[in-house]
Design a protein around this ligand. Sequence first.
Ligand code: NAD
Ligand code: UDX
Length: 456
Amino acid sequence: MSNILCIGAGYVGGPTMAIIAKNCPEHRITVVDINQERIDRWNSNDLPIYEPGLLEVVQQARGRNLFFHTDVAQATTDADIIFVSVNTPTKMFGEGAGKAADLQFWEKTARDILDNCRKPNVIVVEKSTLPVRTAEAMARILESGKSSTKFSVVSNPEFLAEGTAIEDLTTPDRVLIGGGQNETGRKAAETVAELYAHWVPRERILLTNVWSSELSKLVANAMLAQRISSVNSISALCERTEADIAEVSKAIGMDTRIGSKFLEASIGFGGSCFRKDILHLSYLCEYYGLPEVADYWASVVHINEWQTDRFFQSILHQLFNTLAGKAIALLGFAFKQDTGDTRDSPAIPLCEKLLGEHAKVRVHDPKALENARIDLKDMQGDVRFVEDVYEALDGAHAIALVTQWAEYRELDFERIYNKMVKPAFIFDGRNHLEHEKLFEIGFNVFPLGKPPLKHV
Ligand code: NAD
Ligand code: UDX
């Protein structure tokens, strides 16, 4: 039996440890965080994050071999394996501001580990997404004190996506573990692999060197985001040429060399990872003297911002170039369906632009209103957060669909149309609704990358 500790009880730490606890009942798993409110919610049935299936898994293991608390120092004392899953946001000050990774939370954790570890051999697992060669910095900090503990640093980046975290953790495409190339490094990586082998087939556990593992995580996110920016750029060309982006995506996605996933045109990708990780990758290239490569990846982020702006421009233009005093209802605020997470959601810049035009913004989301309120709290203007979707749409001039919640396809659009100001507009930022049906009801429909359906 090992004592497994995870520092950072967020979107990654919580679900990942719950799945390890479920599948490894002989190990004791503790998750710690400096945020007391978050920990209190992990200990309740009102979890701090919404993730389908998560509560059931937590309830199975919590109090048995899964524990949540805030005493980082005490929990570190007798830990054998320490997963570090703290946030690694974009640095907003000094050198590399707006691009580089802010590693202050990461370094604080390294020092906490050094100060408190008492076991003779401890494996430190990088779970957070980090710039390549961060393990070197971690090892140097851990070797800088007088600790008698022998530390091994292993990289084990997480590939779960929000909204499907439990599924992704239960049947991952692969588990990536990067270890040092000496005997101790190999042993440490194997110990981590043994944990996953409780439920992941061995052939899906990929062992590499530490640097490949760290870099692969940034590159996986950059490649996924690049597909979305590519398809979003083509959505604009489709709108000029009467090609249909859904047909183009299907046609190219059936080429097995391309594959069908991540080719859905959207208002822009969001989430806490893509923008941040691509900017980190771009900054690393700059740092290593590769400005052309840095520019290449930065352009993926640039197209994403452009796509969200394009969506806003279309609303402004179609509503006769004036939004002042008009009610625009947002269907969805989360960066994707099945999560309450709004970090880097395209809804945020969209609201900012709409409020800048003095529109009245009405926000609906089934799970993200709590976060939406925080995101928009400093913005000036008329914004309301409405729990009842029909109330949000009552008296609206236009609907902007931001998030593809399944329930939005089931709405009674006849009822909605009757309560809206005419002409009534729908801007579908996810091509999620049934456009022909909406057009027949009377809406002017503006999909992405397809010809609009207009009555006027
Ligand atoms: P998060 O912000 O939800 O959680 C991080 C937690 O760490 C916070 O609760 C914070 O209070 C805590 N923390 C910070 N400093 C601490 C310290 N010194 N001691 C104890 N706790 C501390 O972040 P997240 O979304 O879980 O992401 C964590 C890491 O995983 C990031 O590097 C991210 O890039 C990566 N990642 C995220 C996802 C995702 O979908 N969210 C997926 C894969 C990888
Ligand atoms: C991402 C990575 O997928 C995951 O592997 C990584 O570990 C963390 O970052 P996440 O941000 O949770 O996960 O969600 P993801 O499903 O990747 O979606 C990211 C954004 O891209 C969302 O805003 C989504 O709506 C958008 N998207 C996705 C598109 O716009 N079009 C697509 O075809 C797919």
